[in-house]
Design a protein around this ligand. Structure first.
Ligand SMILES: C[S@@+](CC[C@H](N)C(=O)[O-])C[C@H]1O[C@@H](n2cnc3c(N)ncnc32)[C@H](O)[C@@H]1O
Length: 369
């Protein structure tokens, strides 16, 4: 494979001392990489978008080595031309799986959850004179969140909505759906680590766990640029319940075996709070929080939670606009008003962040970008 191709990454759960309430659940996958099939069956040159051929038996060997027997059977059944996975079949599979992911996103009210944070952030940026206003959804897939925000219009007609993904097939499908739906949002191919689209706010859903811990700082830093007011990145919270919740939810709601496998794998790969906060805090110009939406008490819904970055001068404005919900903003420094539960959570985050810095955390480790 040519150097520089964008593919998924292996994450290894070591189940070490730090695994627990702030890290991924301990006790499974000891020392084994957790792989998602979707990360292995597609690769593209980040600059040209040119597709790399994928050798089927190599994908199977990697999944077998990782002990993912069901995933091996799924890839064994995929069509191939000679040694190579059939690109057209892979593309159709990507679109089917992402269509199911959209249904999941709808059930979890992801667009509403984004709007809850984006409305105050956009308003604060607007008051601070930001113009034009643009939201860029990084790793947008078929663009469900971007399209839903565009359809609702609730962020205002002056906000441009753009989706970016490194998979050209998903970008094309997102653009096709937006056109069918009569929406003005647009979709472009691009790399999360080398963003060409400037934005007032960057957002994403379900992408952080695709990157190894040591790459996360680079992901956030790519968004710490002049004119950017903040970011909101939702991903699965690495709670003890997350893999079980993902198993139940994906079994109930997904028909594609690949989607079921990857859904559970993504919950196992989710980064712990301290890893996320530590990485996001390496942006020099943002104050960084986790947001615990007090409104969503269903444990499956609570399993999606964002890392939020806000320019310091906008923080108070955003807090005011959030009202009571501002208590859900939990920062690594733990200095937050609000109920004991939030204080306790902030304390746990702070302690665990210390463990990460001291190298004792058992969170997911990447195999390197
Ligand atoms: C789990 S999917 C989530 C899709 C969508 N955000 C959603 O919530 O349905 C992860 C997406 O991230 C994209 N992706 C992964 N790595 C990327 C990168 N380096 N740059 C841009 N997109 C990336 C994948 O192509 C995929 O569409």
């Amino acid at each position: 494979m040519k150097p520089g191709l964008r593919v998924g990454h292996d994450l290894v759960l070591d189940g070490g001392a730090g695994a627990g309430p702030d890290g991924p659940p301990a006790g499974y996958g000891l020392g084994m990489p957790v792989l998602e099939i979707s990360d292995l069956i597609g690769a593209w040159d980040p600059v040209t978008g040119e597709r790399a051929p994928i050798v089927k038996r190599e994908v199977i060997a990697r999944l077998r080595e990782a002990g993912h027997r069901r995933a091996v059977r799924i890839v064994e059944r995929m069509p191939a031309s000679g040694e190579l996975l059939e690109p057209a079949a892979v593309d159709r599979l990507f679109v089917r799986v992402h269509t199911e992911l959209q249904r999941l996103g709808e059930e979890l009210h992801m667009a509403r959850r984004f709007a809850e944070l984006l409305a105050p952030l956009v308003a604060a940026a607007r008051r601070a004179g930001a113009s034009p206003l643009r939201i860029v959804d990084v790793g947008c897939g078929i663009g469900y969140v971007t399209r839903a925000l565009a359809a609702s219009g609730e962020l205002g007609g002056d906000v441009e909505l753009v989706g970016v993904d490194f998979n050209p097939v998903l970008v094309a499908e997102a653009a096709r759906l937006a056109k069918d739906e009569g929406l003005t949002c647009r979709f472009v191919r691009g790399d999360a680590f080398d963003l060409t689209e400037p934005a007032t706010l960057y957002i994403s859903s379900g992408i952080l766990h695709h990157f190894p811990a040591e790459s996360l700082a680079g992901f956030f830093q790519a968004q710490d640029r002049p004119g950017t007011a903040g970011f909101v990145h939702y991903d699965i919270a690495a709670t003890r319940l997350a893999p079980l919740g993902a198993r139940v939810f994906h079994r109930a709601r997904m028909r594609e075996p690949l989607g079921r496998h990857d859904g559970v794998a993504s919950a196992k790969r989710a980064h712990g709070d301290p890893v996320l906060l530590d990485a996001a805090s390496q942006t020099t110009g943002m104050r960084v929080f986790l947001f615990e939406p007090i409104r969503h008490t269903n444990p499956f819904c609570a399993s999606m939670r964002p890392v939020v970055g806000i320019r310091p001068e906008l923080v108070e404005d955003v807090r005011r606009a959030l009202g009571r919900r501002a208590r859900g903003l939990v920062g690594a420094d733990g200095v937050r008003e609000g109920a004991g539960g939030v204080r306790e959570a902030a304390g746990r985050v702070r302690e665990a962040a210390g463990r990460v810095r001291d190298g004792a955390d058992g969170g997911p480790e990447g195999a390197g970008r």
